[in-house]
Design a protein around this ligand. Structure first.
Ligand code: BES
Ligand code: ZN
Ligand code: ZN
Length: 496
């Protein structure tokens, strides 16, 4: 997709996308009337056009050398937001595809710029995110060309941006963030027969081709020697040996070190506490945290962040076989704490326990952020539009929440309650992997469990179980993988 930012309206394109702010109704009508006169009035019907944000007026006629004109209602200027910019872009992309066109030209950004409410960089970043996130599809396994094949959009023209240099600076960043998010989507959308720990290692090797990135891999033998009892326990039932993948990003050797840790269960059957039909089908998404971490390391290098970030992904499969771990087994984690497995489906916290304890000991990071499709309870509490966050540090939590609000890859805080600590205590071991009955609060008790493996640092745990994988697409996010966490972390690192 070639995107150009020009001063003049480009007349060689398929679709012209125009916008009208509620406040500018008269002026815009006048403007549109001079361009399209009678046809537009007929198509829109004067007085019928309500201009409520989100309404779309696809006209049936050509004009100014365009094959079609699309008018988007922008709502009021006060309510315009960067998220609306992303969604407007996705509208333009989807209508271009509906019409089977290859290009569109849009003047809306200049109208938004004129409100003076957004910096050119912000506008550029959000526009690129909307564009590149919307233009994603995962069709590689389709042998039969669908009846109405979606054409890829070839060219996009954005007209009349005044401060082009700063707009383009933001646009480049947004493009990187969106492309890395799409990279994470690709990893999660791959079928689990292909997406194994060994495949993830190959992906990590490719990421580490960048000169600022170093890959370290602990394979099964290393994990056995070093005492990663929890990861080894979870992976016992699988024919794919586990891996601990560590991608070190060296953008600077000064300043704080941040570790990002992602749950990498390549498929979660539930183990002997097997998931029922209806709960297992989407469980290839259970490495969404690991995918986000790897995509973030890729993004850090592409954005040229002046930071040291350690990306850690414990990767294995929670499968069933004669050798699988069982309820009642006791695993010894990397920090020597013993854990009784009370439910083999609470496997994510087990592999994270080992990974968190290891990263704390080995790298002594100042900040640890983990991302995991950890609990169904989080989906019940918050649904699929927002992730849960539980943190030991208010400042870190606030910074992540702010990054989430601006990127719209949002997080909502849940408390790390003292009172719930006892819920995860063992009776014949130090810990159990599920809470005693009667506690509820599954997302919090999971975090309480993880807290036993991070003792020193500022820590935030982000439960992406809801937003990581959608059953239905919406705006710039498609059905299936969303790359949840990549935009959140990218904005966090750009701002902190
Ligand atoms: N991978 C699941 C959590 C999940 C659920 C992710 C829905 C995405 C969508 C996790 O391993 C799991 O099964 N957790 C259990 C924990 C329980 C046994 C304490 C759950 O949430 O039911
Ligand atoms: Zn599970
Ligand atoms: Zn899981």
């Amino acid at each position: 997709m070639k995107v150009s930012v020009t001063d003049i309206i480009d007349t060689s394109k398929d679709l012209l996308v125009l916008g009208i702010f509620q406040e500018d109704e008269d002026m815009s009508y006048e403007f549109l009337n001079t361009l399209f006169a009678k046809e537009l009035q007929e198509a829109l019907g004067l007085g019928v056009f309500k201009k409520t944000y989100g309404e779309v007026y696809p006209t049936k006629f050509a004009g100014l050398g365009y094959r079609r004109v699309l008018v988007l209602a922008l709502g009021s200027k006060d309510e315009m937001s960067l998220e609306r910019v992303r969604r407007l872009m996705s509208k333009a992309v989807s209508y271009t595809k509906i019409y089977k066109f290859e290009s569109f030209s849009m003047n809306i950004l200049s109208l938004i710029e004129n409100t003076g409410r957004f910096s050119p960089e912000e506008l550029g970043r959000a526009s690129a995110e909307g564009l590149y996130l919307s233009n994603y599809s995962f069709k590689k396994y389709m042998s039969i060309v669908p009846e109405n094949p979606e054409k890829d959009i070839q060219t996009v023209t954005l007209t009349w941006i005044k401060d082009k240099d700063n707009f383009l600076k933001g646009f480049e960043e947004g493009k990187i963030i969106a492309e890395c998010t799409n990279f994470a989507k690709d990893l999660v959308n791959e079928p689990p027969m292909l997406m194994t720990p060994a495949y993830m290692e190959k992906v990590a090797e490719e990421i580490a081709e960048n000169k600022n990135i170093k890959l370290r891999v602990l394979d099964k033998k290393d994990l056995e020697e070093k005492g990663f009892g929890a990861i080894l326990g979870v992976s016992k039932g699988s024919e794919h040996p586990p891996k601990l993948l560590i991608l070190e990003y060296h953008g600077s050797e000064e300043g704080p070190v941040t570790a990002i840790v992602g749950k990498g269960i390549t498929f979660d059957t539930g183990g002997y506490n097997i998931k029922p039909t209806g709960s297992m089908e989407t469980m290839k998404c259970d490495m969404g945290g690991a995918a986000a971490v790897m995509a973030m390391i890729k993004a850090a290098a592409a954005l040229g962040l002046k930071k040291k970030i350690i990306g850690v992904a414990p990767v294995c499969e929670n499968a069933i076989s004669g050798s699988a771990y069982k309820p009642g087994d006791i695993l010894i984690a990397y920090n020597k704490k013993s854990i009784e497995v009370t439910n083999t489906d609470a496997e994510g916290r087990l592999i994270l326990a080992d990974a968190l304890a290891y990263v704390e000991e080995k790298y002594k990071p100042d900040v640890i952020i983990d991302l995991a499709t950890l609990t169904g309870a989080c989906v019940v509490a918050l649904g699929s539009s927002i992730s849960g966050i539980v943190s030991t540090n208010k400042e870190l939590q606030d910074a992540l929440q702010k990054a989430g609000d601006v990127s719209y890859d949002r997080v909502w805080p849940l408390p790390l309650l003292e009172e719930y600590k006892d819920s995860m205590k063992g009776t014949i071991s130090d810990l159990k992997n599920t809470a005693a009955t009667g506690y509820g609060a599954g997302t919090i008790t999971a975090a309480v469990f993880l807290q036993n493996f991070v003792t020193q640092q500022k820590w935030a745990h982000i439960d992406i179980a809801g937003p990581a994988f959608l059953l239905e697409g919406k705006d710039y996010l498609q059905k299936g993988a969303t790359g949840a966490g990549v935009r959140l972390l990218s904005y966090y690192f750009l701002r902190n």
